[in-house]
Structures are given as structure tokens and as C-alpha cells.
Write a protein that binds this ligand. Structure first.
Ligand SMILES: Cc1cc2nc3c(=O)[nH]c(=O)nc-3n(C[C@H](O)[C@H](O)[C@H](O)COP(=O)(O)OP(=O)(O)OC[C@H]3O[C@@H](n4cnc5c(N)ncnc54)[C@H](O)[C@@H]3O)c2cc1C
Length: 355
């Protein structure tokens, strides 16, 4: 007799919900997703993110845990991409940290931090202008040196979100889109279209879980997408600056994503004049040819963050909660999905032992 597959209901189909679903589906479980938005677009922070997978750069402001989970995720991404019919989503060209002359101390400070936290790490190279010119010729006139972080990568977020949805559905996932979830309990999801019973229930609603997760808050971020046919930069660039950290993430066909502000607020209204001025003037200083770039889009959203800015995965009254991915959703989600699966597996085997 064949054993019935474990059923899993997942509330929230942002990046965390989709990657958890993919992992559990791959392990042989029957997954069902619920999201208040359509499958192909929506309010998820995942649609605003730049998609940087930058554990080294994040060491500047984040705990070592983020670095460790980020490294684990980097090692998991190739297997994830191999399951999708979209090889172009993942980019592994590395990143460059740069600073203008007057801000050289910020880059030096970052370099010292890397040396202290990651002594002898082979994936870090300190480049002079010549070395930078070999990697990114168009940056060398503006910057006398740079720090190259070879393992850092990035994903095309919109393409990835779409590819995940396609693969999940092609492999049998059920998807309740435009379907608000109002309640989660052990083995039960209550949504706009009824009560649904599962063996396991997971809450991946990001900020939508605020009522059930005390301390969860939004941290506003703004990004600008530009089209710059006169600029050819193929790697991520992080501009060190005393007041803000600007990054530039290449997209296809001379499009670049520029971000991101970080403001303690859950306001998702349009980008402010101040943020736009700061981001765009920094962009122009990275490469003067950005002066003729076209602004294609501006986007604002809030990152789901807990008080300690650390990610959370736990079983709470029979509900698996995965949240608090803050500014690292893409960086952390593969490793968080792995941890979540281990938690569920451990629970299942302890139940079996008890029986
Ligand atoms: C400007 C900006 C830039 C960023 N850049 C990066 C980056 O470069 N790299 C990186 O790793 N991370 C980045 N992030 C962070 C990343 O976007 C988040 O950490 C990540 O999206 C969180 O994933 P999540 O799945 O938990 O939440 P979300 O992506 O927000 O998804 C939550 C989903 O739950 C659904 N939902 C909520 N409530 C309900 C409900 N009641 N019923 C049904 N569905 C519900 C929502 O519709 C949504 O689809 C950035 C974020 C911002 C805002």
C-alpha cells in the first residue's frame, strides 16, 4: 500500500513561501499556497527587492548569523535554479565595493572589518585602479581602488518569482491566489474561500503576520530602476558613503536597479524627493554616463523585520512561522527553508516515535 503524502498549507507566497514550497515539494510533500495577491504580481517585498545575495557586504551591518546563513544559501541556490526552467535568473559575477576619494576611510573601515571577521578568506581581493580596470573598465576612471567579493551573486527577482510559480504548479502545487488568510492554527488555514486542513501549516506572510508575531515591524526601502544604454557594468557595485550605502545591481539590457534607502517606517507611499535626490546623485557619481539614463520605475516597500533584525523559524502552537527576513529575504530564504524542513522532519519523527 502506498503511503499518503504529507500535506502542507503555506500562507504567503512571497519569496519565503515559494522557496519553502519548492523545498517541501521536492521532498515529496503535497503543497498548497495561499496569497492575497495574484500569482504574477503583488505587494510582496519580494517584488521590490534588488535580489542581492551579498553575505560579505552585509557583514558591515549584520550579525555573523546572517553571513553564515547567507553562505549556506549561496551553496543551495544552484540546486534551486536547476529545478527551474529559467537559468538566466542567477548571476554570480561578484560585487565591488568602492568609495570616492573623500570617503576612502569608509572603504578602508569596511576592508578592516572583513580582515577581522574573515581572516585569510580567499574570496576577497583588494584591487588598485589597474585591477579594477580589468574587471570593470568603466569604473576605473572614477575609483582608485575597490574591494572585490568574488562569491557574491544576485538574482533577477521578478523572473525568479515567476519561474518558482511555474515550477511549483507544474509539479502539482495547489495555489489559492487573491485569497486572504484570516487565521492559522495547527493543521488548519482559514481563508476567504473556506477552511483547509493539512498535516502541516506554515506562516510565511511577511508583514501580513504582524498580528500573530509581536514586534514584527516594517522597514521602508526605496529603489529606482534606470535604463542606461551608454553604461556597461556587469557586476554589483556597493558605494561606501558616510551617510548611506548605495548599491547598483545590473539587470538585463542595460537596466540597473539602484537602492536602497532604509527608514524606520511602515509607510509604503511613493519615493520621497530626498531619497530620489540622494540615490540619483550617488548614481551619477558612480559613472557620469548615468546622467543620460532614463528612470524606468521607482518602487517602495517595507521589509519585514523583528526587533533584533534576526530571522525567525519556529513551531508555535503547531504553526511553522518563518519571518523576519528583513533586508535579506533572497539571501536567507534557501537556508531558512532548509531549517524549516529540518524542524518539521524532527517533529514528525518524534510523533512517530511516540506512537
Ligand atoms: C527596497 C528593498 C530592497 C531589498 N533588497 C534585497 C536584496 O537585495 N536582497 C535580499 O536578500 N533581500 C532584499 N530585500 C528584502 C526582501 O525583499 C524581504 O526580506 C523578503 O521579501 C521577505 O520575504 P517574505 O516572503 O517573508 O515576505 P514577502 O516577500 O513580503 O511576501 C509575503 C507574502 O505574503 C502575502 N500575505 C501577507 N498577508 C497575507 C494574508 N493575510 N493572506 C494571504 N497572503 C498574505 C503577501 O501578499 C506576500 O505575497 C529588500 C527589500 C526591500 C523593501
Amino acid at each position: 500500500m502506498t503511503q499518503a503524502r504529507t500535506t502542507v498549507g503555506i500562507a504567503g507566497a512571497g519569496i519565503m513561501g515559494r522557496l519553502l514550497a519548492l523545498r517541501l515539494q521536492h521532498a515529496g510533500h503535497q503543497v498548497t499556497l495561499f496569497d492575497r495577491d495574484p500569482i504574477e504580481c503583488g505587494s510582496a517585498a519580494a517584488y521590490t527587492a534588488a535580489g542581492m545575495l551579498a553575505p560579505y557586504t552585509e557583514l558591515e551591518s549584520a550579525e555573523s548569523l546572517i553571513y553564515e546563513l547567507g553562505q549556506r544559501s549561496l551553496s543551495l541556490w544552484p540546486d534551486i535554479v536547476a529545478q527551474l526552467d529559467a537559468p538566466e535568473v542567477f548571476h554570480s559575477g561578484g560585487s565591488l565595493a568602492v568609495a570616492h576619494g573623500q570617503d576612502a576611510a569608509d572603504l578602508e573601515h569596511f576592508n578592516q572589518l572583513l580582515a577581522r571577521k574573515l581572516p585569510g578568506e580567499p574570496g576577497i581581493a583588494f584591487l588598485d585602479r589597474q585591477g579594477l580596470a580589468e574587471l570593470e573598465p568603466e569604473l576605473a576612471p572614477q575609483f582608485g581602488n575597490a574591494t572585490f567579493l568574488a562569491a557574491e551573486s544576485w538574482v533577477y527577482t521578478d523572473t525568479l518569482m515567476a519561474a518558482l510559480a511555474d515550477t511549483l504548479q507544474a509539479n502539482g502545487a495547489l495555489w489559492h491566489s487573491q485569497c486572504e488568510v484570516s487565521e492559522l492554527q495547527a493543521k488548519l488555514i482559514v481563508s476567504a474561500n473556506g477552511r483547509h486542513h493539512f498535516d502541516w501549516v506554515a506562516d510565511c506572510r511577511g508583514l501580513g503576520a504582524a498580528e500573530d508575531l509581536p514586534g514584527l515591524r516594517g522597514v521602508r526601502g526605496e529603489v529606482i530602476e534606470v535604463y542606461a544604454p551608454e553604461v556597461s557594468i556587469s557586476r554589483m557595485v556597493r558605494l561606501m558613503h558616510p551617510r548611506y550605502r548605495l548599491y547598483l545591481v545590473p539587470r538585463a539590457n542595460h537596466h540597473y536597479l539602484l537602492g536602497a534607502t532604509q527608514i524606520e517606517s511602515d509607510d509604503t507611499s511613493e519615493i520621497s524627493v530626498r531619497s530620489a535626490l540622494e540615490l540619483l546623485s550617488a548614481l551619477y557619481a558612480i559613472h557620469p554616463a548615468f546622467a543620460e539614463a532614463r528612470i524606468v520605475a521607482t518602487r517602495t516597500n517595507c521589509r519585514p523585520a523583528l526587533l533584533d533584525n534576526q530571522p525567525l523559524v519556529r513551531l508555535e502552537e503547531g504553526v511553522l512561522q518563518v519571518n523576519g527576513l528583513y533586508r535579506h529575504g533572497y539571501l536567507l530564504a534557501p537556508a531558512m527553508a532548509e531549517r524549516a524542513q529540518h524542524l518539521l522532519d524532527a517533529t514528525q519523527s518524534s510523533v512517530k516515535q511516540a506512537i
